[in-house]
Write a protein that binds this ligand. Sequence first.
Ligand code: ABC
Ligand code: CA
Length: 506
Amino acid sequence: ATAEQWRGRSIYQLVTDRFARADNISAQCNTGDRKYCGGSWKGVMSHLDYIQGLGFDAVWISPVVENIDGESFYGEAYHGYWTKDLNDLNSHFGTADDLKALSDALHARNMYLMVDIVVNHVAAIPTKIEPATSTPSIDYSVYQSPLDSSSSFHPFCFIDFSLNNQTDVEQCWLGDANVPLPDLDTEDNDIVQMLNTWVANLTKTYNIDGLRIDTVKHIRKDFWPDFAKSSGVYTLGEVLDNRLNFTVDYTSMPYSPVLVAFFTLTALTDVIDGILDYPTYFSVINGFGSPSGNLSTIPDVVGTAQKTYHNALLNAGSFLENHDQPRFPNITKDAALVRNAVTWPFIQDGLPILYYGQEQGYDGSTDPNNREALWFSGYQTDNKPLVTHVQTLNKARKLAISANSNFLSSSLTFIPQSGGNTLAVSKPPMLSLLTNAGASASTQPVWAIPASAGLFSANEQLVDVLTCTALKADGSGGLTVSAKGGMPMVVLPASKLQSNANATLC
Ligand code: ABC
Ligand code: CA
């Protein structure tokens, strides 16, 4: 599917090994041990009702290809990012038929499949651990041709992020002496062609609708357009960085297709369709991480991205958690702050992404503790406030999309508020009111939406869909409303709720 077809979707991200087992047995899984726990593609398939019931219509699964086997210093390759053979599947997760069956089952529900892929590196368990400055002892014969020789990789050096040198970031290696990640020579045309052919086959064989691409900032930008085009699907890239003036370059690059006489016609091409919105993520966890967080950086970052990114943030992926970062309740347990932060990805411009376990209130810290087995939760949906919250947010977004044909092609605006602890986010017909006052604030914050914002008509009937509370615009179409318990509000006109037959909101 194309970026445009993806825009209205909402994505559930899961780690296959940890999301569900096919046998449904409440197996042990010691998160900190970094070992396979038995989750599989069949397990995902048997829990699609759960995912769909949360309101998601796309699933991002962790990498599927064969990984290095056995125990390393950092445990087993249960996460899937330690490629051994691009052309084979990770048998811990199932067979090719299982993966095809998952793809078919998703499509039968009109859901999309996104697969995580890594082309920057493979992984190795060294035959002997060397000091970090020496070339790791790696047996290249375990890889398939053309990767079965050191000459298919960049010369050894570990990335030193402190150098701030982009060539080093692209051509040195990730990982460390315990588990080096040999860096593919993506300057070599044969390697490039091999990868382009591989990705085209992968998406075709498993009927994949979109790709989450790992380590995008670790390969030269001009590698990506052909690669993304070869995939034939929507590409969402991971550029793990909070510097907007760095991430912006992954949204487009100058491309000179034609030289006409003395003029070069320079056009812009997408490097990839969209990037995971890390810069906003960092502002959001800081802003909502405590009542003293600075919320004002959110409008700054979003505003700059809207102005400078090709396609603004419309093709980006917006998230609060993922498998690399501490879960939000690990930063704060304040239920009101959590509720506000979880709301963010669903009310902004890009594609909302929810990391499995968020809906169950999981609170793991950094890797490996943020990859808990979901079967611990029993997949309970009753009496789970975050489950209800996520369901409501997905419904509200869908309703807004169907009520406004420009919803997915226009950017949100912030309606300036006084005082530092509130945000008012307008994306008609949806108005979202957020605060970091927290659950125990002594005075409740107040949002004031002036009539001049032009959002409502005089005395218009409105509903906060998070609590199903009726609100009413004032006589000139403004709205002043006070928070309750530091909770957010998502306001929609009552008329939109009534006129939408599919909406089971309030
Ligand atoms: C393994 C063990 C861990 C152990 C670790 C040392 O080694 O499993 O338990 O703690 C995979 C696995 C990991 C595994 C690694 C390495 O491989 O999932 O469990 O860790 O073996 C992607 C994936 C990620 C994956 C890989 C590798 C890449 O999402 O799951 O990891 O295939 C860099 C990369 C980024 C990568 C990330 C893990 O490392 O750029 O693509 N993620 C700075 C750098 C970033 C860097 C980050 C973390 O540090 O700029 O490039 O990410 O090292 C902001 C700044 C950022 C800064 C952050 C920390 O702060 O703006 O620049 O990021 O303010
Ligand atoms: Ca590289």
